[in-house]
Design a protein around this ligand. Sequence first.
Ligand code: FES
Length: 126
Amino acid sequence: MEDNLNSYPKELQVLVKHPQYFGRMNAPDGAAVLKGLCGDEMEFYLDIEDRIIQDVKFFTNGCEATIACGEIAARLAKGRSIDSALGISPKQVKDILKALPAEHSHCPILAISTLYRAIADYLLKV
Ligand code: FES
């Protein structure tokens, strides 16, 4: 989905231009790739030790809203136990990103679903 970043509120623009968790990870403990109905892909990579998410990376080919949602999902997940991370909801991401345009309300779902899948990938290996 195409968007003009300049039409986004300032705090969302900053988040998109300088995401802390954007990227991929070598040898993650859990990883997942999901494609949304819009065609955007989201990837999540987790470094987990003693069931605590030590580090998180996300990658997407999607638009600014998708990047913002991946970034917030990663921020919420880092440092949490995997049980607690499975309690993070798309609504939490949406509530933090108050400025998320209504037509992008599916983006938090893609981000959190991919996070859940990455946790499931880890759980299937241990
Ligand atoms: Fe589809 Fe964001 S536009 S996930």
